[in-house]
Design a protein around this ligand. Structure first.
Ligand code: UDX
Length: 438
């Protein structure tokens, strides 16, 4: 089929490239000329494992192209995917500016029937709004289908081909069938429902996953107080299939482009609908507190952090991405600088992005070892493999104190004890100067 994808952010680009990989002819539209030129030359603007290779081969095969002209992409398109951003406004609601602009473009350039497929995460009711918005400006017939994405950054290509389900929300069976046919080569289970339920599935899924994380983080706090180990608690809980073992890793809280934004949007949507979503508000509150937890532990341990040199290992909001959106490292670095510490930060790939959002006073190192050299203590924020695989002796050798605050539970307690490192992680017994602390 012939498909247009509007918006080449991480969702749009991964979707467009993947659709070309399964045999469709895909043209991606973006307003950014230099970005389009780079993509046309096979250069991916985002770091996503497997994406560049797939881009190159499909461009070469003539199935994938990029343009700044909506008209070129929309001519004869069987489907037009909307994959533009829905940033968060100050009041927590989703900003639909870009969606409206695409809807306007579709109305202007539509020449024959097409299915408009919304990938962007939009508040419940938005697809109905898109339908009426386009219909106001064109007589050409079309249908709108909600087809939310569930892609994790860093494994978005893998998730596209191995997802648990493809959700298709439509009030017209024919339009839903078109989207089902487009997706058939992926071979994934399809769940068809009405438009509003599909929109809700996306928000409810992300909110539920965020809830799981905040829940286990609360359990972690309790484990610390009661002398239990949250890793074993989560493992034991996760063996119950009704609970499931995924998203039960206690840590420094969730970040990224989806969970923080979608949870606060759902609280807003809920409020506007006349319901106070108290549970989700608590989930968000726990997450904010969680991001500050390690600094509190450090203040408790040292009294004052003034004049100390502190290394931050890992800056991106999670491993395998250079994305700094809502990363816990931002909150952490701000708190440390505010407390008078000198911060030296390291990340395998996110340093350039980090420079845009971390306080100016932060210095950067080119390796974990360089960050640790001469620092008094370190905070582990992102569980990159190269950080998890660090020899525990490295901390003893390079840190002057050596005290490690680990927001991702990367290291084995026994290893740290044997290496003689003071070690405080999340929801597990701390290893103080005199060994295990309860
Ligand atoms: C998420 C959803 O997984 C995806 O379905 C949705 O479409 C977009 O949002 P993403 O933000 O890429 O994907 O990352 P994810 O792997 O889900 O992690 C989100 C955050 O939660 C990260 O900061 C991660 O470190 C944290 N997390 C995740 C935990 O703290 N504990 C866990 O057990 C799992």
């Amino acid at each position: 089929m012939k498909i247009a994808v509007v918006g080449t952010g991480y969702v749009g680009l991964v979707t467009g490239v993947s659709l070309s990989e399964i045999g469709h002819t895909v043209m991606c539209v973006d307003v950014d000329e230099s970005k389009v030129a780079r993509m046309q030359a096979g250069v991916s603007p985002i770091y996503e494992p497997g994406l560049s290779e797939m881009m190159e081969s499909n461009i070469e095969a003539g199935r994938l192209s990029f343009t700044t002209e909506h008209r070129d992409a929309f001519v004869d398109a069987d489907a037009i995917y909307i994959a533009v951003g829905t940033p968060q406004k100050e009041d927590g609601t989703a900003d639909l500016r870009f969606i409206e602009s695409v809807a306007g473009n579709i109305a202007e350039h539509l020449t024959g029937y097409a299915v408009v497929v919304t990938k962007s995460t939009v508040p419940v009711g938005t697809n109905d709004y898109i339908q009426s918005y386009i219909a106001k400006y064109t007589d050409v017939s079309f249908d709108v289908v909600s087809n939310p994405e569930f892609l994790r950054e860093g494994s978005a290509v893998y998730d596209t081909f191995n997802g648990d389900r493809v959700v298709i929300g439509s009030d017209r069976a024919e339009a839903a069938s078109v989207v089902e046919k487009i997706n058939r080569p992926f071979g994934l289970p399809v769940f068809k429902t009405d438009i509003r339920s599909a929109e809700m599935i996306k928000y409810a899924s992300n909110a539920f996953l965020a809830t799981k994380i905040s829940f286990v983080n609360e359990v972690a706090t309790l484990c610390e107080k009661l002398g239990a180990n949250v890793e074993d608690v989560a493992k034991g809980m996760g063996q119950d299939k009704r609970i499931g073992k995924k998203f039960l890793n206690a840590g420094i809280g969730y970040g990224g482009s989806c969970f923080p934004k979608d949870t606060s949007a759902l609280v807003q949507i809920s409020g506007e609908a006349g319901h106070d979503f108290t549970l989700l508000k608590a989930v968000m509150e726990v997450n904010e507190r969680q991001q500050r937890l390690l600094v509190e532990k450090a203040k408790e341990r040292f009294g004052s952090l003034r004049g100390m040199t502190i290394a931050i290992l890992g800056l991106s909001f999670k491993a395998n991405t250079d994305d700094m959106r809502e990363a816990a490292s931002v909150v952490l670095a701000e708190e440390l600088v505010l407390a008078g510490a000198h911060v030296v930060a390291y990340d395998p790939i996110a340093i350039e992005n980090a420079k845009q959002v971390l306080p100016e006073a932060v210095d950067y190192a080119g390796s974990t070892e360089a960050a640790l050299d001469g620092a008094d203590a370190t905070f582990v924020v992102t569980d990159w493999d190269e950080i998890k695989e660090l020899d525990t002796g490295t901390f003893k050798e390079r840190l002057t104190k050596p005290v490690v605050f680990d927001g991702r539970n990367c290291f084995d307690l026994d290893d740290m004890r044997e290496a003689g490192v003071e070690y405080y992680s999340v929801g597990r017994p701390g290893i103080g100067k005199e060994g295990v602390m309860r």
